[in-house]
Design a protein around this ligand. Structure first.
Ligand code: TRP
Length: 351
């Protein structure tokens, strides 16, 4: 439960439109925090400048996906009355803070950052060398967090090293220049709905490059075709065979999305997920039947989001207006922090 002085900041890179993995891992947990209330302020940043650190050669991709991600967020339930949604690159205070924080971080420390390490290893385009901008993005992320005074940062566990790095910067800044910055704390959502979803091909990660995701903007036909093609238990060949549900993406999706109402409406022979999974594990339940049910569940879950998304997409100017207002609000907070940072660093000549 949020406290009345909590400032919460979430961030997302606009490098692709969002899939059901983002929805359960980030969007829904963040919307739950938003709607529970009790905090002082909630920000949701669209991190286009960070998105450029590994897409600097493809600015169209980032530009287009700012709108796509905004549509996904608003359609899923981000409420601009409750959450200040804004565009990172429009707040130049963030780059200025980044420059000052760079003095507080060593090259060796960045090289040890596990998230940076993994990302560099995964990106073929960095084979010829890692751009300084990408290498230092943890410092810019510390600027994102501290600029708004966020003490709570909801993230996936891959982001914990970023929060550790930010906490070190805050500690070092405050000990050298005096107490100025708020110490942030990572909060990893632990609800079942925040489970990491595998791809439809069974790969542990759902991603654009693997082309194994179900997207919030997918049409009903696209969803049906994807569910039909899903990987299941490869040893479950005949209906009578006992099946595995734990490494089976069809069952993993059902465990996250299927509610008792879905069973009542589409598969009344079973009361809930546990009954269905037990039958599959025993043997005697075929994949076609389970996939038909999963399709019905996914259609029910995604239809309202897609419809809201289509409606919002008909009026992109209104979406941009939401982002513009959020950005103006966020900029004021960042300007205040930057002024305090510069004063602490004795860079306030004309005060
Ligand atoms: N690095 C985050 C991601 O890839 C996005 C992000 C940028 C972020 N700035 C942030 C997250 C500040 C939390 C706080 O998902």
């Amino acid at each position: 439960m949020a406290q009345s002085n909590d400032i919460i900041l979430t961030g997302i890179r606009p490098t692709g439109s969002l899939h059901i993995g983002h929805m359960v891992g980030a969007l829904i947990p963040n919307i739950e925090i938003q709607n529970a209330g009790g905090y002082k302020k909630m920000y949701a940043m669209i991190a286009d400048a960070q998105g450029l650190t590994d897409n600097f050669d493809n600015p169209e991709r980032v530009r287009e996906n700012v709108m796509e991600v905004a549509l996904d967020m608003l359609a899923t339930g981000y409420n601009p009355e409750k959450t200040t949604i804004f565009i990172q690159s429009e707040i130049s205070e963030l780059t200025e803070l980044t420059f000052y924080y760079m003095n507080l971080v060593t090259i060796a420390r960045l090289q040890r950052n596990p998230t940076v390490k993994t990302e560099i290893a995964q990106k073929e385009k960095f084979n010829g060398g890692v751009p300084v901008g990408f290498f230092t993005y943890p410092i810019s992320q510390a600027a994102d967090i501290t600029a708004f005074g966020a003490n709570i940062v909801p993230v996936g566990d891959d982001q914990l090293p970023m929060l550790e790095q930010a906490a070190e910067i805050v500690h070092k800044f405050n000990s050298i220049y005096g107490d100025t910055l708020i110490m942030p704390r990572a909060v990893v959502p632990k609800t079942k709905s925040a489970a990491r979803l595998p791809g439809i091909d069974g790969n542990a990660k759902m991603s654009k490059s693997l082309n194994n995701g179900i997207y919030l903007k997918d049409s009903a036909d696209e969803i049906a075709a994807k569910v039909k093609s899903m990987y299941t238990d490869p040893n479950h060949i005949r209906v009578e065979d006992p099946g595995n549900t734990t490494e089976n993406p069809v069952f993993i999706y059902l465990s996250v999305f299927a509610r008792p109402e879905h069973f009542a409406a589409f598969l009344p022979e079973y009361k809930d997920y546990n009954e269905l999974a037990a039958h599959y594990e025993r043997g005697g339940l075929g994949d076609v039947k389970v996939k038909k049910f999963l399709n019905a569940v996914m259609q029910e879950t995604l239809r309202p989001i897609r419809e809201r998304r289509e409606e919002l997409a008909r009026d992109p100017a209104s979406v941009m207006e939401i982002l513009r207002r959020g950005t103006m609000d966020a900029r004021a907070a960042a300007a205040d922090t930057l002024a305090r940072v510069k004063r602490a660093m004795k860079l306030n000549y004309f005060d």
